[in-house]
Write a protein that binds this ligand. Sequence first.
Ligand SMILES: [Zn+2]
Length: 311
Amino acid sequence: MFPRLAGVTVCGVLAVVAARVSGADAPFAVDEVAAGVFVHQGQVADLAAENGGDIANIGFVVGERCVAVIDTGSTQRIGESLRAALRARTELPVCYVINTHMHLDHVFGNAGFEGEAGVEFVAAARMPASLSARAEGYLRTLAHELGEAAAGTRAVYPTRLVEDRLSLDLGGRTLALQAWPTAHTDNDLTVFDERTGSLWTGDLLFERFIPIIDGSIRGWLAAIERLARLPAERLLPGHGAIVAHGGEALAREKAYLEHVAATVRAAIARGDTLGEVLDADDGTVAGDWALTARFHARNLSAAYTELEWED
Ligand SMILES: [Zn+2]
């Protein structure tokens, strides 16, 4: 889930459109981080009325024939703001709205794109079941935390599923989609723009915002090893700044997750209960992360539940 930008390297043009997200005090900005690759960077913050739910990185890729949107934000209003920003850049049709996973801050702007003729909503094969299991709770949370800013928000499910890999042709430009074994969630999907070497990681990469385990810590560490070997030039994380591939971002995330795993494994070996693990936690973690107090204990709990039964 969320970022304010530290050391973001962008090339291209900053496009500021008039649309505003209710509750947020900044215009809805979209950066062209590589030729034809546009990103709106959400705030590094938890869901709150002050940010109107604008806490995830979302954006779009423009081909010669059509456009693909990648993640749509927490609310219908954010989705509509993204669509307005897109329309300020191109009149090409939106062929695809791709969701990188089912978390509320990435999918609930989908409804903002339902008016696009012929649009297909694309996600990993396990996404519909995982979203369906949580949709009601997510909508209650959005209404409670955001109030009016969440008005009209509802779930829009994928119409096309990715079991393993899928190539999408935008006209002179191909996006390579890949579904991952359970890691951040059980339905993570990455999107690679071959033309510019830009890899949308979804929440397989958190930058600055503390990683949140909602799938498998072991699976996530394995995914990081694979991500590190991919021939991308830049990584577009689900939260935080866009970074060059081969930099420190993946290593920092790996170090944090390894710290969590090591802490929990040592406690299990001693026979400590989960309650004792949480009591012993002094808030010291590997790396300088935002929202540690909000999510670190939750990560210890998730890791304990998973690692308690490993061989
Ligand atoms: Zn997520």
